[in-house]
Design a protein around this ligand. Structure first.
Ligand code: PXG
Length: 290
Protein backbone atom coordinates (compact mmCIF):
# COMPACT_ATOMS: atom_id res chain seq x y z
CA UNK A 1 0.00 0.00 0.00
CA UNK A 2 1.26 3.44 -0.97
CA UNK A 3 0.49 6.37 1.33
CA UNK A 4 0.60 10.01 0.30
CA UNK A 5 2.73 11.88 2.81
CA UNK A 6 3.63 15.53 2.29
CA UNK A 7 3.93 15.34 -1.46
CA UNK A 8 5.45 11.87 -1.79
CA UNK A 9 4.05 8.36 -2.10
CA UNK A 10 5.70 6.08 0.43
CA UNK A 11 5.20 2.49 1.55
CA UNK A 12 2.89 2.00 4.52
CA UNK A 13 5.87 1.02 6.72
CA UNK A 14 7.62 4.29 5.84
CA UNK A 15 4.58 6.52 6.29
CA UNK A 16 5.71 8.12 9.54
CA UNK A 17 5.25 11.55 11.05
CA UNK A 18 6.95 13.34 13.91
CA UNK A 19 5.98 12.60 17.52
CA UNK A 20 5.97 16.40 17.86
CA UNK A 21 3.17 16.74 15.31
CA UNK A 22 0.36 18.64 16.99
CA UNK A 23 -2.11 16.38 15.21
CA UNK A 24 -0.82 13.63 17.48
CA UNK A 25 -0.09 15.72 20.57
CA UNK A 26 -3.38 17.63 20.63
CA UNK A 27 -5.65 16.38 17.85
CA UNK A 28 -4.84 19.69 16.18
CA UNK A 29 -5.91 19.08 12.61
CA UNK A 30 -8.80 18.27 10.31
CA UNK A 31 -9.81 15.34 8.17
CA UNK A 32 -12.22 13.90 5.64
CA UNK A 33 -13.42 10.39 4.87
CA UNK A 34 -14.19 10.01 1.17
CA UNK A 35 -15.49 7.09 -0.89
CA UNK A 36 -14.32 5.75 -4.21
CA UNK A 37 -17.02 3.91 -6.17
CA UNK A 38 -16.34 2.26 -9.50
CA UNK A 39 -13.35 4.50 -10.26
CA UNK A 40 -15.25 7.63 -9.26
CA UNK A 41 -14.38 9.70 -6.15
CA UNK A 42 -17.79 10.42 -4.67
CA UNK A 43 -18.55 14.14 -4.17
CA UNK A 44 -14.86 15.01 -4.00
CA UNK A 45 -15.44 18.74 -4.35
CA UNK A 46 -17.95 18.77 -1.47
CA UNK A 47 -15.48 16.91 0.77
CA UNK A 48 -12.65 19.29 -0.12
CA UNK A 49 -14.87 22.29 0.53
CA UNK A 50 -15.81 20.91 3.96
CA UNK A 51 -12.13 20.28 4.70
CA UNK A 52 -11.35 23.91 3.83
CA UNK A 53 -14.16 25.09 6.09
CA UNK A 54 -12.96 22.88 8.96
CA UNK A 55 -9.42 24.23 8.52
CA UNK A 56 -10.63 27.83 8.38
CA UNK A 57 -12.64 27.34 11.57
CA UNK A 58 -9.55 26.17 13.46
CA UNK A 59 -7.29 28.82 11.87
CA UNK A 60 -5.24 26.22 10.04
CA UNK A 61 -3.80 27.40 6.73
CA UNK A 62 -4.31 24.91 3.94
CA UNK A 63 -0.94 24.02 2.43
CA UNK A 64 -2.41 23.09 -0.98
CA UNK A 65 -5.11 24.38 -3.31
CA UNK A 66 -8.36 22.47 -3.80
CA UNK A 67 -7.19 21.35 -7.25
CA UNK A 68 -3.92 20.06 -5.77
CA UNK A 69 -5.79 18.14 -3.07
CA UNK A 70 -8.14 16.69 -5.69
CA UNK A 71 -5.23 15.49 -7.81
CA UNK A 72 -3.41 14.02 -4.79
CA UNK A 73 -6.56 12.13 -3.71
CA UNK A 74 -7.06 10.71 -7.21
CA UNK A 75 -3.37 9.82 -7.50
CA UNK A 76 -3.49 8.00 -4.13
CA UNK A 77 -6.27 5.79 -5.57
CA UNK A 78 -4.36 5.22 -8.80
CA UNK A 79 -1.12 4.36 -6.98
CA UNK A 80 -3.01 1.64 -5.11
CA UNK A 81 -4.94 0.41 -8.16
CA UNK A 82 -8.18 1.02 -6.35
CA UNK A 83 -11.52 1.13 -8.11
CA UNK A 84 -13.54 1.02 -4.91
CA UNK A 85 -12.37 2.11 -1.51
CA UNK A 86 -12.26 4.59 1.31
CA UNK A 87 -9.93 7.56 1.37
CA UNK A 88 -8.80 9.26 4.57
CA UNK A 89 -7.44 12.74 4.02
CA UNK A 90 -5.76 14.39 7.01
CA UNK A 91 -4.18 17.81 7.47
CA UNK A 92 -2.48 18.53 10.79
CA UNK A 93 -0.89 21.69 12.14
CA UNK A 94 2.43 19.88 11.78
CA UNK A 95 5.39 19.34 14.12
CA UNK A 96 5.88 21.99 16.80
CA UNK A 97 7.01 22.50 20.36
CA UNK A 98 5.64 20.75 23.42
CA UNK A 99 2.93 23.07 24.61
CA UNK A 100 -0.43 24.06 23.17
CA UNK A 101 0.84 27.17 21.43
CA UNK A 102 0.64 26.44 17.70
CA UNK A 103 3.25 29.11 16.88
CA UNK A 104 6.26 27.30 15.55
CA UNK A 105 4.20 24.42 14.14
CA UNK A 106 4.80 23.49 10.56
CA UNK A 107 4.89 22.71 7.87
CA UNK A 108 1.41 21.19 7.98
CA UNK A 109 1.33 17.41 7.57
CA UNK A 110 -0.80 16.13 4.72
CA UNK A 111 -1.65 12.44 4.73
CA UNK A 112 -3.82 10.52 2.28
CA UNK A 113 -4.62 6.88 2.92
CA UNK A 114 -6.53 5.07 0.19
CA UNK A 115 -7.78 1.77 1.57
CA UNK A 116 -11.03 -0.02 2.32
CA UNK A 117 -13.55 0.27 5.09
CA UNK A 118 -16.40 -1.86 6.34
CA UNK A 119 -18.07 -0.23 9.27
CA UNK A 120 -20.88 -2.70 9.84
CA UNK A 121 -21.38 -6.34 8.82
CA UNK A 122 -23.25 -6.75 5.49
CA UNK A 123 -26.01 -8.63 7.28
CA UNK A 124 -27.06 -5.43 9.06
CA UNK A 125 -27.81 -3.69 5.75
CA UNK A 126 -30.45 -6.45 5.26
CA UNK A 127 -31.72 -6.79 8.80
CA UNK A 128 -31.02 -3.38 10.31
CA UNK A 129 -28.90 -2.03 13.13
CA UNK A 130 -29.89 -1.59 16.78
CA UNK A 131 -28.70 1.60 18.47
CA UNK A 132 -28.77 2.98 21.99
CA UNK A 133 -28.53 6.48 23.41
CA UNK A 134 -25.51 7.02 25.65
CA UNK A 135 -24.58 9.47 28.43
CA UNK A 136 -21.75 11.20 26.53
CA UNK A 137 -23.18 14.25 24.82
CA UNK A 138 -22.24 15.74 21.47
CA UNK A 139 -19.80 18.57 22.04
CA UNK A 140 -21.35 21.99 22.56
CA UNK A 141 -21.08 24.36 19.58
CA UNK A 142 -19.70 27.10 21.82
CA UNK A 143 -16.83 24.81 22.78
CA UNK A 144 -16.06 23.49 19.31
CA UNK A 145 -18.54 23.71 16.42
CA UNK A 146 -19.61 20.13 15.71
CA UNK A 147 -19.53 21.03 12.01
CA UNK A 148 -15.73 21.06 12.20
CA UNK A 149 -14.37 17.67 11.26
CA UNK A 150 -11.36 17.93 13.51
CA UNK A 151 -8.98 15.24 14.72
CA UNK A 152 -10.66 15.54 18.14
CA UNK A 153 -13.14 12.66 18.14
CA UNK A 154 -12.83 11.76 21.80
CA UNK A 155 -16.41 12.47 22.73
CA UNK A 156 -17.63 10.35 19.82
CA UNK A 157 -15.18 7.62 20.76
CA UNK A 158 -16.41 7.64 24.36
CA UNK A 159 -19.98 7.37 23.08
CA UNK A 160 -18.95 4.43 20.88
CA UNK A 161 -17.28 2.70 23.83
CA UNK A 162 -20.36 3.22 26.00
CA UNK A 163 -22.58 1.64 23.34
CA UNK A 164 -20.22 -1.27 22.75
CA UNK A 165 -19.91 -2.02 26.49
CA UNK A 166 -23.64 -2.61 26.62
CA UNK A 167 -23.69 -4.71 23.47
CA UNK A 168 -24.52 -2.22 20.70
CA UNK A 169 -22.50 -1.30 17.62
CA UNK A 170 -23.61 2.31 17.44
CA UNK A 171 -24.48 5.08 19.89
CA UNK A 172 -27.14 7.73 19.59
CA UNK A 173 -25.70 11.04 20.80
CA UNK A 174 -27.79 13.86 22.25
CA UNK A 175 -26.87 17.52 22.52
CA UNK A 176 -26.82 19.33 25.84
CA UNK A 177 -30.54 20.15 25.47
CA UNK A 178 -31.26 16.45 25.26
CA UNK A 179 -32.19 16.60 21.59
CA UNK A 180 -30.92 14.10 19.04
CA UNK A 181 -27.63 15.24 17.51
CA UNK A 182 -26.35 12.26 15.53
CA UNK A 183 -24.56 8.94 15.95
CA UNK A 184 -20.80 8.72 16.45
CA UNK A 185 -19.95 8.91 12.75
CA UNK A 186 -23.35 9.03 11.07
CA UNK A 187 -26.33 11.34 10.71
CA UNK A 188 -29.76 10.16 11.85
CA UNK A 189 -33.05 10.17 9.93
CA UNK A 190 -36.56 9.05 10.75
CA UNK A 191 -39.69 8.66 8.68
CA UNK A 192 -43.07 9.31 10.22
CA UNK A 193 -46.32 9.32 8.28
CA UNK A 194 -44.39 9.53 5.03
CA UNK A 195 -42.32 12.59 6.04
CA UNK A 196 -38.54 12.38 6.35
CA UNK A 197 -37.04 14.13 9.40
CA UNK A 198 -33.46 14.78 10.42
CA UNK A 199 -32.06 17.03 13.15
CA UNK A 200 -30.97 20.50 12.00
CA UNK A 201 -27.25 21.24 11.92
CA UNK A 202 -27.50 23.45 15.01
CA UNK A 203 -28.62 20.42 17.01
CA UNK A 204 -25.00 19.30 16.82
CA UNK A 205 -24.98 17.32 13.58
CA UNK A 206 -22.17 17.32 11.10
CA UNK A 207 -23.15 18.70 7.69
CA UNK A 208 -23.00 15.18 6.34
CA UNK A 209 -22.39 14.76 2.65
CA UNK A 210 -24.40 11.53 2.62
CA UNK A 211 -27.08 13.37 4.63
CA UNK A 212 -27.39 16.01 1.90
CA UNK A 213 -27.38 13.38 -0.85
CA UNK A 214 -30.15 11.37 0.82
CA UNK A 215 -32.27 14.51 1.41
CA UNK A 216 -31.96 15.31 -2.29
CA UNK A 217 -32.86 11.75 -3.33
CA UNK A 218 -35.87 11.77 -1.01
CA UNK A 219 -37.09 15.08 -2.44
CA UNK A 220 -36.66 13.59 -5.91
CA UNK A 221 -38.98 10.77 -4.81
CA UNK A 222 -41.58 13.34 -3.79
CA UNK A 223 -40.98 12.77 -0.06
CA UNK A 224 -41.31 15.84 2.16
CA UNK A 225 -38.04 16.48 4.04
CA UNK A 226 -37.93 18.42 7.30
CA UNK A 227 -34.91 19.49 9.36
CA UNK A 228 -36.40 19.61 12.81
CA UNK A 229 -35.28 19.16 16.41
CA UNK A 230 -36.00 15.57 17.41
CA UNK A 231 -36.19 13.91 20.78
CA UNK A 232 -35.54 10.30 21.70
CA UNK A 233 -39.32 9.90 21.87
CA UNK A 234 -39.64 10.97 18.22
CA UNK A 235 -37.26 8.19 17.27
CA UNK A 236 -38.99 5.60 19.43
CA UNK A 237 -42.35 6.21 17.77
CA UNK A 238 -41.04 6.64 14.22
CA UNK A 239 -42.16 4.37 11.40
CA UNK A 240 -38.66 4.01 9.97
CA UNK A 241 -35.17 5.05 10.99
CA UNK A 242 -31.82 4.98 9.24
CA UNK A 243 -28.31 6.38 9.52
CA UNK A 244 -26.15 7.96 6.82
CA UNK A 245 -22.40 8.42 6.52
CA UNK A 246 -19.55 8.05 4.09
CA UNK A 247 -18.33 4.90 5.80
CA UNK A 248 -21.75 3.45 6.75
CA UNK A 249 -23.56 4.67 3.59
CA UNK A 250 -27.29 4.30 4.30
CA UNK A 251 -28.03 1.70 6.96
CA UNK A 252 -31.48 0.84 8.33
CA UNK A 253 -31.99 1.10 12.04
CA UNK A 254 -34.60 -1.24 13.52
CA UNK A 255 -34.33 -0.62 17.23
CA UNK A 256 -33.67 2.49 19.32
CA UNK A 257 -33.22 2.23 23.11
CA UNK A 258 -34.79 -1.25 23.10
CA UNK A 259 -37.91 0.00 21.27
CA UNK A 260 -38.46 -1.70 17.90
CA UNK A 261 -38.94 0.81 15.07
CA UNK A 262 -42.04 0.18 12.98
CA UNK A 263 -42.43 -3.58 12.66
CA UNK A 264 -38.81 -4.12 13.70
CA UNK A 265 -37.67 -4.60 10.10
CA UNK A 266 -36.02 -2.14 7.69
CA UNK A 267 -38.67 0.18 6.30
CA UNK A 268 -39.80 0.25 2.67
CA UNK A 269 -38.90 3.91 2.07
CA UNK A 270 -35.53 3.30 3.71
CA UNK A 271 -34.96 0.39 1.34
CA UNK A 272 -35.88 2.56 -1.66
CA UNK A 273 -33.46 5.26 -0.51
CA UNK A 274 -30.70 2.68 -0.06
CA UNK A 275 -31.29 1.42 -3.61
CA UNK A 276 -31.35 4.95 -5.05
CA UNK A 277 -28.24 5.93 -3.09
CA UNK A 278 -26.32 2.86 -4.30
CA UNK A 279 -27.28 3.70 -7.87
CA UNK A 280 -26.36 7.40 -7.57
CA UNK A 281 -22.85 6.88 -6.18
CA UNK A 282 -21.68 5.24 -9.39
CA UNK A 283 -21.87 8.44 -11.38
CA UNK A 284 -21.81 11.33 -8.91
CA UNK A 285 -18.15 12.18 -8.56
CA UNK A 286 -14.73 12.75 -10.03
CA UNK A 287 -13.50 10.00 -12.37
CA UNK A 288 -9.95 8.77 -11.77
CA UNK A 289 -9.42 8.32 -15.50
CA UNK A 290 -10.26 11.95 -16.15
N1 PXG B 1 -21.33 12.74 11.84
C1 PXG B 1 -20.04 12.61 12.20
C2 PXG B 1 -19.63 13.01 13.57
C3 PXG B 1 -19.10 12.14 11.28
O1 PXG B 1 -17.82 12.03 11.62
C4 PXG B 1 -20.88 11.88 9.65
C5 PXG B 1 -21.76 12.39 10.60
C6 PXG B 1 -21.39 11.57 8.30
O2 PXG B 1 -20.96 12.54 7.35
P1 PXG B 1 -20.65 12.16 5.84
O3 PXG B 1 -20.20 13.42 5.24
O4 PXG B 1 -19.58 11.12 5.87
O5 PXG B 1 -21.91 11.67 5.26
C7 PXG B 1 -19.52 11.77 9.98
C8 PXG B 1 -18.51 11.27 9.02
C9 PXG B 1 -16.07 6.03 11.30
C10 PXG B 1 -15.98 7.37 10.66
O6 PXG B 1 -15.04 5.34 11.35
C11 PXG B 1 -17.11 8.06 10.28
C12 PXG B 1 -17.00 9.32 9.71
C13 PXG B 1 -15.78 9.86 9.56
C14 PXG B 1 -14.67 9.15 9.96
C15 PXG B 1 -14.75 7.91 10.52
O7 PXG B 1 -17.15 5.68 11.75
N2 PXG B 1 -18.17 9.92 9.34
Amino acid sequence: MKIYLNGDFVEKEDAKISVFDHGLLYGDGVFEGIRLYDGCVYKLDEHLERLEHSAKAILLDMPMSRAEFAEAVCEACRQNNLKNGYIRLIVTRGPGHLGLNPDGCGPQSVIIIADNIQLYPEELYENGLKIISVPTRRINASALPPAVKSLNYLNNILAKIEAKRVGFLEALMLNDKGEIAECTGDNVFIIRKGVLYTPPLDAGSLRGITRAAVMELAEGMGIQVKEQALTRYDLWISDECFLTGTAAEVIPCVEVDHRPIGNGKPGTLTQKLIDLFRESVKSDGTRLDG
